[in-house]
Design a protein around this ligand. Structure first.
Ligand SMILES: [Zn+2]
Length: 459
């Protein structure tokens, strides 16, 4: 019987020395480079359909143009200068007019957690554009206190909500397996979250879904304003993988049932009937600005930032409702050299909230910080005791997660072209602060998020 080992052997010789070429993993580009305008590297994977994601998947990564500028920065330049936002808003009004109902039925779904972005989306659709949204939430793994309070504030700002909690035992096991197989503990959450709104739309025949931020397809030059149905539908369950395993393996080796896996599956061809729904991004029609959304949610719903800085980054208002989020970005740092500060800084640079130099300094200071604050609770969440998992438990040499096990697992996912073993620890071979401007950057000059800039473009 195959068991996940208590410890994985790591060939450190692949990680020593400075002379390449080094082995690359996940199909990542061999040479690391950074966008000239933001802080994203060409190692960032984009556009995966999660239910096809296996250990062997080759990642598509961010594309840079001839001037070494990423697609998202090029899009952002137009977003803040040449786009005709009045015309885009008219398009939004047309969509709303086409779907608006006054007979007591919902006319759209707003998908979200009740964080600042979904607060803004639902609120503006209802109170400015006269829509009747049903808000739909896929629950976090473990709510933070402040995340739960903000979720309540959202509902009490005038919204009906369907909150879907998956079976807690199944969700924990899938999260552990996604960590073991893909070092991607957030994958089961993402599968549930991406699928839930289209499923509710089908069930209640609500033909319009709004997501918030517009996801520029970073691997392509052209962009579609409607989400492709391949993200939430599939022909049948034969080629579906969850947490890196086929449905058959999950049932046979880990004791899961059809009921257990159902919430994670996309809509199958034979369940679709004739019902069609459109999935739009509000950020395509309105000039999306996350920091602005934060102040909007404060003003209209008493939204509260976390009382503490999020580990691995410099913010405390962004994606703060799930304790497991701390581990998600830690694992992206291990696999791609891209941690949470990088993700947040590149988004804020593109909105003009940070300069690139400030972003580099913040990345240097915070990226890859180990998330200590909830770690005991998270390791308990990721453990698979025999009393709760009589079958799955036997598949692990060490069912209990602890720091040594977690660190070793992370190390086994490092790519030699990104990481160097110094003899005493790990360091990135090509961190952004060693590129171009030298190592002199610092974060002291950064003044934090500026309320004043929000007041200028409040709708
Ligand atoms: Zn960029």
């Amino acid at each position: 019987m195959h068991k996940y080992p208590a410890r994985r052997e790591i060939d450190l010789s692949k990680f020593t020395g400075s002379e390449g070429p080094f082995e690359t993993r996940y199909g990542l580009p061999e040479t690391v480079s950074y966008c000239n305008k933001c802080v994203v590297s060409n190692q960032r994977p984009v556009g995966a359909v999660e239910f096809k994601h296996t250990k062997q998947s080759i990642k598509k990564t961010v594309q840079f143009d001839g001037e070494n500028v990423c697609n998202a920065c090029r899009y952002a330049e137009k977003k803040w200068s040449t786009f005709d936002w009045d015309a885009k808003e008219e398009e939004l009004k047309d969509i709303c007019a086409r779907h608006r109902r006054t007979d007591g039925a919902f006319d759209c779904i707003v998908s979200g957690s009740g964080g600042k972005d979904s607060f803004f989306a639902a609120h503006i659709l209802k109170y400015k554009y006269g829509m009747h949204p049903l808000t739909v939430t896929w629950a976090p793994h473990i709510y933070t206190d402040w995340g739960w309070k903000n979720f309540q504030r959202w509902i009490h700002a005038g919204f009906e909500n369907i909150l879907v909690h998956p079976n807690g035992l199944t969700h924990r096991l899938l999260t552990r397996l996604a960590l073991e197989n893909l070092l991607h503990p957030f994958q089961p959450f993402i599968l549930g979250q991406k699928g839930i709104s289209p499923k509710i739309a089908h069930k209640y025949k609500i033909p319009l879904i709004f997501y918030g931020e517009y996801e520029v397809d970073l691997s392509k030059k052209t962009h579609s304003k409607i989400q492709d149905a391949s993200f939430y539908t599939n022909k049948n369950a034969d080629d579906i993988v969850l947490a890196g395993l086929s449905i058959g393996e999950l049932k046979e080796n880990f004791g899961l049932t059809n009921n257990d896996v159902r919430p994670y599956l996309p809509i199958m061809e034979d369940e679709k009937n004739d019902f069609q729904c459109e999935v739009h991004y509000l950020g395509y029609y309105l000039r999306w600005h996350p920091q602005h959304n934060y102040y909007y949610a404060v003003e209209h719903g008493n939204f509260e930032a976390a009382p503490e800085r999020t580990p691995g980054t410099y913010t405390k208002y962004n994606s703060i409702d799930d304790k497991l989020d701390d581990l998600h970005y830690y694992t992206t740092f291990m696999k791609f050299g891209i941690g949470r500060a990088t993700y947040e800084a590149f988004a804020e640079i593109r909105c003009g909230d940070l300069t690139r130099e400030e972003g580099v300094a913040l990345v240097k200071k915070y990226d890859g910080e180990f998330p200590e604050r909830f770690i005991d609770e998270l390791f308990a969440y990721l453990s698979v005791p025999a009393s709760q998992y009589p079958e799955a438990h036997a598949r692990f040499e060490q069912p209990v997660m602890d720091r040594a096990y977690f660190d070793n697992l992370c190390d086994s996912f490092r790519s030699p072209h990104l990481w160097k073993w110094t003899g005493t620890g790990w360091e990135l071979r090509h961190p952004i602060w060693k590129e171009g401007t030298g190592e002199s950057v610092h974060a002291e000059g950064w003044r934090g998020n500026q309320y004043a800039s929000y007041r200028k473009d409040v709708p």
